[in-house]
Design a protein around this ligand. Sequence first.
Ligand SMILES: Cc1cc2nc3c(=O)[nH]c(=O)nc-3n(C[C@H](O)[C@H](O)[C@H](O)COP(=O)(O)OP(=O)(O)OC[C@H]3O[C@@H](n4cnc5c(N)ncnc54)[C@H](O)[C@@H]3O)c2cc1C
Length: 384
Amino acid sequence: MVIVGGGIAGLAVAKTLIEGGLNAEITVVTQNPHYFAGPSRPLLLTNEQSLDRIVRGYEEVAQKVKVAVGTVYAVNPEERKVKYVGGYTSHGGAGELSYDYLVLAPGVVLDGSGIAGYAENRGNVANVYDPGRISVLNNRVWSAERGTVVVYAPKVPYRCAPAPTETALLIDAVLRYRGVRDKFKIVHIDANDKTQPPVIADVVSQIYAKAGIELVTNQEIVEIGKNYVVTKSGERYQYDILALLEPNRAPKFVEEAGLGKTWIEVRSPQDLRHPKFDDVLAAGDAAGLPLPKNQEIAYESALFAANKILEMEGLTYRASVQYAFLGWAYVGNQEGRLESYAVMFGLDFTTQPPKPQKDPQPKTDYTKAKDRWEQSYLRQLFGY
Ligand SMILES: Cc1cc2nc3c(=O)[nH]c(=O)nc-3n(C[C@H](O)[C@H](O)[C@H](O)COP(=O)(O)OP(=O)(O)OC[C@H]3O[C@@H](n4cnc5c(N)ncnc54)[C@H](O)[C@@H]3O)c2cc1C
């Protein structure tokens, strides 16, 4: 049994299969020797979060399953083979694994290749998605004296709907704290018709109005220049700091293996087997689900995937699961303190249409609730 990706979905699959009594050797292949949790990454901008609290190693996980560190670059579903390269080893780390079941949970790749000028100006692009780039963005926001900050959200689906909004509002908070907010213009360009998630778009637009953040919707960035971006309709925006999230997709090996174009094809949100292969399943953000890409949905999809394997193996255990989530979007702090508020929202997919909920009142309690929630996932999956 091979699981590609040692993140939320990959480890939740492994854990559920063990709980369900699957008698198999489970190998998790994962790109990095550590995991970097997503949800509170934006707070690294305001220095309210620190890396040590959200990085985890795989050493406790490796007490229960085999962990191979490497980047999977090819899957052959006909021959049931997975190829990977890299990792800790001194021999170059090239490896090949055979499987009875394969679960693909590699998360997303940020793909700017469709944007003209992206490769040349890649050094100007920072965001809250990768530890190095967050550190770059943090440094730029904390040291710039004046200018225009452009924040960009690509078309959905992308990982973590509110992250671009969080980015804009946390940058706003840092600039206020530094006492230089009036020397900056902040523009949020969104390729969607509203800021995401739509359920709190009205709350965000009110907070933006108060914070003086300009919002431009329905504008897809198609070109990046040295100090400007251009949108599909030809609009040009100058930037000094660019916090741009690239369009998201599954890693390229998925398409090369014929398992899906942008996302991994699955039969349904409850049956995560590939339409052509009973022994290839997907879970997490890389799965082509008609659902938001966030940690709760990733986890829930993993339980559905594990339940299907247990069913195919004739085992009776089933993890209890349904699609529903609660989330908390950071909305910064306009009072000049580095103490972020958050807005709570949720969607329940067990009813049709899905039932939204929200509390439009920003609270620091929600920021704390998000931290507790994130830490509990890490403890559960990484063992500490
Ligand atoms: C900035 C940010 C903010 C977020 N905020 C929230 C939030 O507020 N609420 C919420 O619910 N969710 C949030 N998320 C989303 C949440 O983190 C993801 O939805 C969740 O982690 C998805 O789980 P996953 O297992 O699919 O992917 P991941 O947890 O990313 O795990 C994927 C794993 O696969 C590995 N991998 C990737 N490619 C390969 C390869 N080729 N070979 C081997 N291994 C590979 C990666 O290294 C990683 O370990 C946020 C994410 C980010 C980045």
